[in-house]
Design a protein around this ligand. Structure first.
Ligand code: FES
Length: 515
């Protein structure tokens, strides 16, 4: 097939997610009093909302507490594929966990998919839920063997799948695995009705409410930023992306943060259906979505560890070129990025936060597959809180520890963290605040020390200390999003230093412009 070769050079100036723009969400007040509930759920993304929805339906008194606005974290910026095909994974899980647990992983994700479908039917939700085949493909011959091994794992585990030599879209591949009966949807159109159900069932939702401490009294007391208000409860769920409470679980050594990017464009040729994910580099993901009666193609990928990319804008340009080469681009209404957390063994941590912390639960590390694994978190955690058995508890328990290969990854991840901690502290840049152009940010030297500077379009200068307030690593400038990103555990701050995403809860220190 002849390839369109036109490349639009009209990336939107500012990142905005299609899901966020096309959904009118309710807003909720911050917590302004002390309250008492059965379960306090921290974090209002898909995991927190599903947990609150399931618990409130069972008569449990819940409070959902969100540091920012609901559905404005990873859930608001996902590609929203609903799938049990999670890249090259099943062969690795087979080697690490064995057949029974790997089958369980597949089954768990299938159940989460079925839960979404049932909820859409039960609540009559209009969220563009559409069945699609998912394709995992390789473009190069070099590593095709890895894809073949993955397919062997499908056969061994009885996972439905077909080997393909060609894709329905105009992309030449060396091989692909088709997993039928997967799906895609509009994640916020799905979750908004669940939010309404929580409220109808008497649940309470608070936005702009950052929880900073958890004390084990009463049996639990959560305290908001700077100790203003308290939430007393019998159960606590940390669904805050990076856990807001560590409990001695050392989560900052067991998770790393990755950023990825999405460009949503109107193609010149029709998209043949299906969702796609590359198994080799560079990472690429494709699906469609509708917007204002048009079909858009969502091209995603360009993954990298947070804070470890020199030029974040290039990632959007690479995706734009990829989309243009395959389908041609008429226009690009949206571009956005997301942050995901990845665990040591690629299986999320869902369950009691540590073996000794009864009543405190966590859901994190969805390894980029938050639609199924966030849903699954709600299913598992609500069962655990309600005292029901859940077959997936042992697989997902955060207390699991496998010496191999986690130990190796553990060391590598820590070495990586240490490098950024130290590297950030040495060496000064030759650039100063005067060198910044309008709408530009960079690490600069200010008053003889390293500092972060951003000059807005009007020429106003914002200076911050780039030392992350979590554990002291040095933040790097993210020029595409105009944020300061920490490479160690993924905290993000806006150009004025306010926290966008934890684990940090304190803002970056503002520096005096006249110093
Ligand atoms: Fe942990 Fe920055 S997020 S040091």
């Amino acid at each position: 097939m002849q390839q369109p070769d036109s490349v639009s050079r009209h990336l939107p100036q500012y990142p905005e997610s299609l899901w966020r723009v096309s959904t009118e969400l309710p807003s909720f007040p911050p917590l302004t009093e002390d309250i008492e509930v059965d379960a306090a759920i921290v974090g209002a993304g898909i995991a927190g909302i599903t947990t609150a929805y399931l618990l409130s339906r069972q008569g449990c008194k819940v409070a959902l507490l969100e540091a920012g606005s609901i559905l404005n974290g990873t859930t608001g910026h996902t590609t929203a594929k609903i799938s049990a095909q999670h890249g090259l994974l099943y062969d690795e899980l087979l080697n690490h966990f064995g057949e029974e647990k790997t089958q369980m992983y597949h089954q768990a994700n299938r159940e989460a998919m079925a839960f979404i479908q049932k909820t859409v039917n039960d609540l009559n939700i209009d969220c563009d839920l559409k069945p699609e085949s998912a394709y995992l493909y390789m473009e190069t011959e070099d590593e095709l063997q890895k894809l073949q091994k993955e397919f062997d794992a499908y056969i061994k585990l009885g996972i439905p799948g077909q080997w393909r030599d060609k894709l329905p879209i105009p992309l030449h591949v060396s091989g692909a695995i088709e997993m039928p009966d997967q799906a895609q949807f509009h994640p916020l159109h799905y979750l908004k009705p669940l939010v309404n159900e929580i409220i109808k069932a008497g649940g309470r939702i608070f936005e702009h409410t950052t929880i900073t401490t958890l004390e084990k009294e009463g049996p639990f007391t959560l305290t908001t930023y700077r100790g203003k208000h308290k939430v007393r409860c019998s159960h606590v769920v940390s669904a805050s992306h990076f856990p807001f409470y560590d409990g001695g679980g050392l989560y900052f050594t067991r998770l790393h943060a990755e950023r990825s990017y999405v460009v949503a464009f109107q193609p010149e040729i029709a998209f043949a259906g299906g969702t796609y994910l590359s198994a080799d580099e560079p990472k690429r993901s494709l699906r469609t979505a509708s917007w204002n009666g048009q079909e858009l193609v969502l091209a995603g990928g360009e993954n990298h560890k947070t804070g470890q990319s020199l030029c974040t804008h290039n990632h959007y340009e690479e995706l734009e070129s990829f989309g243009a080469k395959l389908f041609g681009i008429r226009n690009i209404p949206f571009r956005w990025s997301a942050q995901d957390l990845v665990t040591l063994d690629k299986v999320p941590y869902i369950g009691q936060i540590t073996s000794g912390d009864e009543g405190i639960y966590v859901a994190t590390g969805f390894n980029k597959w938050g639609m199924t694994q966030g849903t699954l978190s709600g299913m598992i955690l609500s069962d655990q809180i309600l005292g029901k058995d859940n077959a997936y508890t042992p697989l997902y328990t955060p207390s699991r520890f496998k010496a191999d290969p986690s130990v190796k990854t553990f060391v590598v991840q820590n070495a990586d963290v240490a490098k950024h901690f130290v590297a950030g502290k040495v060496g000064l840049t030759h650039r100063s605040a005067e060198d910044l152009k309008p709408d530009e940010g960079a690490v600069i030297t200010h008053d003889g020390k390293r500092a972060g500077g951003y000059k807005d379009a009007q020429g106003n200068l914002y200076l911050v200390d780039t030392t992350c307030t979590h554990l002291g690593c040095e933040c790097e400038w993210n020029e595409a999003e105009r944020t300061w990103d920490c490479p160690c555990h993924g905290s993000r701050f806006n150009y004025e230093g306010s926290v966008i995403e934890g684990p940090a809860t304190e803002p970056l220190e503002k520096l005096d412009r006249d110093a």
